[in-house]
Design a binder for this molecule. Structure first.
Ligand SMILES: O=P(O)(O)OC[C@H]1O[C@H](O[C@H]2O[C@H](CO)[C@@H](O)[C@H](O)[C@H]2O)[C@H](O)[C@@H](O)[C@@H]1O
Length: 325
């Protein structure tokens, strides 16, 4: 039987205006999330006891979802595609695309990403999915080919449109400010901006963080969160991947249903907002994609995108068997 254990909130926003001491804490926090550090922090075996493999526990997961409508939510980078140095080359495999297409034929399926919606769509290229880009601040329903399409409108939700000019301005300032830091990359994700540290020498991480802070201090309506070797700048509004999940459940007509079972698969700190919502709602479950122990609100784990394919494939086979397809 699966148990929900309340978890303390350990994953918080990074404050911008509280002085230089915080720069070192961002950088420390980013280092602390690197695999080598994580390895030494928690024992793999005890972590796996708390967050067992979703593949090993597949039958149990089916058991608790029995009689309920499964709704699939998946993050993109690190979940459907492997993490690579160049964000523009984070392609998903053909096998993954085939599997996600079959999955969307079996269950309502959404991709919830920090990337802007157009970019994530260009990687995934499946019209039958819901896409929530910019950490859920830009949600659109399936173009065509979905059995689960609601109504006729296509753009469902953009709660941060008033911030577009500000985000664009900050993007340009960050590009200018960071242009002499080798390896730094600023990505415009429409309703948010990512500053990538992955290709920056670790010795220069502090400098880069200072540059980010120097720009951000003039924008109290923006906040910073942290991902995998990336700082994410986004509007201060109370909207995140967890809210996007709730919005999509509502749009699909499952707002107050007890017979719905949302499954969220993600690898990053920003996915924790969705894992947390599922715990709070005592509904469905979260699966963290990670090879290393990490503090998380997810219940289960998968090691890498290859295991995500296996898990999705098993869900598809189970569903097809049940419906006699
Ligand atoms: O919510 P996600 O779909 O996981 O998007 C989060 C960020 O993902 C991308 O950055 C991450 O993946 C890159 C490619 O593998 C990697 O180079 C980078 O270090 C990772 O942080 C994306 O580029 C960001 O814009 C997203 O916010």
């Amino acid at each position: 039987m699966l148990m929900y254990r309340p978890k303390k909130k350990v994953l918080q926003d990074l404050h911008i205006n509280n002085g230089g001491g915080l720069i070192s804490s961002w950088v420390d926090s980013m280092r602390a999330c690197s695999p080598t550090h994580l390895k030494s922090l928690m024992k793999q075996s005890s972590w796996l006891t708390e967050h067992p493999s979703a593949l090993d526990m597949f039958e149990d997961i089916l058991h608790v979802s029995e009689g309920k409508q499964i709704v699939m939510f998946m993050d993109y980078d690190g979940t459907l595609s492997p993490i690579v140095d160049d964000p523009d080359r984070a392609f998903m495999s053909k096998k993954m695309r085939r599997t996600v297409r079959k999955l969307a034929n079996c269950f309502p399926t959404a991709i919830v990403s920090g990337r802007c919606r157009e970019k994530v769509y260009n990687f995934v290229k499946l019209t039958e999915l819901y896409y929530a880009g910019s950490h859920g601040m830009d949600i659109k329903g399936p173009e065509q080919g979905s059995k689960y399409k609601e109504g006729s409108e296509s753009v469902l939700c953009q709660p941060a449109t008033e911030f577009l000019p500000m985000i664009d301005e900050v993007y340009k300032k960050l590009v200018e400010k960071t242009k002499f830091t080798p390896g730094a990359n600023v990505e415009n994700n429409k309703f948010c901006v990512s500053v990538h540290f992955r290709r920056v020498d670790e010795h220069n991480w502090s400098d880069l963080a200072h540059q980010v802070r120097a720009v951000m201090k003039d924008y109290p309506k923006l906040r910073l969160t942290q991902g995998r070797k990336v700082l994410e700048i986004r509007p201060i509004i109370k909207w995140d991947k967890g809210k996007a999940l709730e919005f999509l459940l509502e749009s699909l007509g499952y707002a107050n249903c007890t017979d719905v079972f949302p499954l969220y698969i993600g690898d990053d700190r920003t996915d924790e907002d969705a894992f947390k919502i599922l715990r709070e709602r005592r509904q469905g479950l979260g699966i963290l994609v990670s090879k290393f122990p990490k503090e998380t609100n997810a219940s289960y784990s998968l090691q890498e995108p290859a295991e995500v394919i296996d898990f999705l494939q098993r869900l598809v086979e189970w569903k097809q068997l049940r419906s006699g397809a």
